[in-house]
Design a protein around this ligand. Structure first.
Ligand SMILES: *Cc1c(COP(=O)(O)O)cnc(C)c1O
Length: 406
């Protein structure tokens, strides 16, 4: 009889790890990874329990900070991002909270792009501001601004690329150099590209952030998050905070994301392909003023995006509907969104169901009109997170409104 198969052979390709990386099978040999829905783990004896609680021996203890299903998701995502380790969190924002709690203290300074996810800005500026963490917000694309913002107490640079909803792309390698020259770390929110298109760690980022809610799950089912980094950062700085703070990823949600990762590569490829076709079509539509999509040659950072994102634009695009004045702007955007019969009108993204969003009244609704104008988010802007429907049906759905504007 063949020797029992243990572990994976070395040197496997990312596509293979996406479907195979996981903790060892149980004694029953299940082919689909087990969902370990248990809050705690029994210990063989008290001495073993003592060693495990002290961290002297590996072994699962309690699902706030150690669970085999969560561990499988972490192993698989780390393999895809090309980092040594990963820690799962309750949500994408939970991941950013854990990052800030683990790496920052009162008196430290953060440099962050002005164009990152709105809740990220609130968390860093307002919540961590309360605890004495300073922050400076800079241009997504102007490296000189990032450099000028560096101070002796700068500990963290925070970027997200491409951004939501205008798909601005920043240069990860250049930002990593700026961070490291100042003895700071670079964290990159890789939500929009996912590791299928972009691996920030290979470009010098120290921490990669994920909202598992988006492309990693990929079918809009669960809220989840994760941080990928070196073993020393994850084990030394982040897991201890997770253990105390309990921003834990539930095993069920981890299992959904784990299975989502198996199809991440082909979904991203197919959804990016559809997004490019839709962007090219929108660009020629007489009712559309401007299309924002990194896959278009007209995008200001097209060359950088192609180099950094495996030659693909991703699955999110935005466009301005033509409008003569601000009053008409919102009406016309609403008309296009409300004329769809297929696209989901919701603020999520990363789903195989295509989604249409009016950022100025939803995700960016808490900003003042001036703040929105500074961010380039106008009332006539619509965002489409492209899913897996036939692109002809998506064009027809957008045409219902675009062709009937008064
Ligand atoms: C959605 C999102 C987050 C937050 O993730 P949640 O899982 O909703 O907490 C963070 N960053 C980006 C870029 C996102 O799109």
């Amino acid at each position: 009889m063949a020797e029992e198969r243990k572990g994976l052979p070395p040197g496997l390709h990312r596509d293979t790890l996406a479907v195979r990386a996981a903790v060892d099978k149980s004694q029953y040999g299940e082919n689909s990874e087990t969902l370990y829905l248990t809050s705690s783990f029994t210990q063989p004896d008290s001495a073993t329990a003592a060693r495990r609680f002290a961290g002297e021996e590996d072994g699962f203890i309690y699902s706030r900070f150690s669970n085999p299903t969560v561990a499988s998701m972490e192993m698989r995502l780390a393999a895809l991002e090309g980092t040594e380790a990963c820690v799962g969190t309750a949500s994408g924002m939970g991941a950013i909270l854990l990052l800030c709690m683990g790496l920052l203290k009162s008196g430290d300074h953060v440099v962050c792009s002005r164009s990152v996810f709105g809740s990220t800005i609130k968390l860093i500026a307002t919540e961590f501001g309360k605890f004495g963490v300073e922050s400076t917000f800079v241009s997504q694309t102007d490296l000189a601004e990032w450099k000028a913002a560096m101070k002796p107490n700068t500990k963290l640079l925070f970027a997200e690329t491409p951004t939501n909803p205008l798909t601005e792309v920043c240069d990860i390698r250049a930002l990593a150099d700026i961070a490291h020259d100042g003895s700071a770390l670079l964290a990159v929110d890789n939500c929009f590209c996912s590791p299928a298109l972009q691996q920030p760690a290979a470009l010098g980022a120290d921490i990669v952030i994920h909202s598992g809610t988006k492309y990693l799950d990929g079918q809009g089912r669960v809220v989840a998050g994760a941080l990928c980094a070196s073993e020393s950062l994850i084990k030394g700085k982040l897991i201890p905070v997770m253990r105390s703070a309990g921003i834990s990823l539930s095993p069920f949600n981890a299992w959904v994301v784990l299975k989502g990762l198996e199809t991440l590569g082909i979904r991203m490829e197919a959804q990016s392909k559809r997004a490019l076709e839709l962007a090219q079509w929108l660009k020629t539509h007489p009712a559309v003023e401007r299309v924002y999509y990194p896959g278009l040659a007209s995008h200001p950072q097209h060359a950088l995006a192609m180099a950094q994102q495996s030659g693909q634009g991703g699955a999110v695009l935005s466009f301005d509907v033509k409008a003569a004045n601000p009053q008409q702007a919102r009406e016309r955007a609403f008309h296009v969104a409300d004329s769809t019969r297929l696209l989901s009108v919701t603020a999520n993204l990363g789903d195989v169901k295509s989604i249409i969003t009016h950022p100025a009244s939803t995700s960016h609704g808490r900003l003042s009109e001036d703040q929105r104008a500074a961010a380039g988010i106008r009332q006539n802007l619509l965002r489409v997170a492209v899913g897996l429907e036939h692109v002809g049906d998506l064009k027809d759905d957008l045409s219902r409104g675009l062709d009937t504007l008064s």
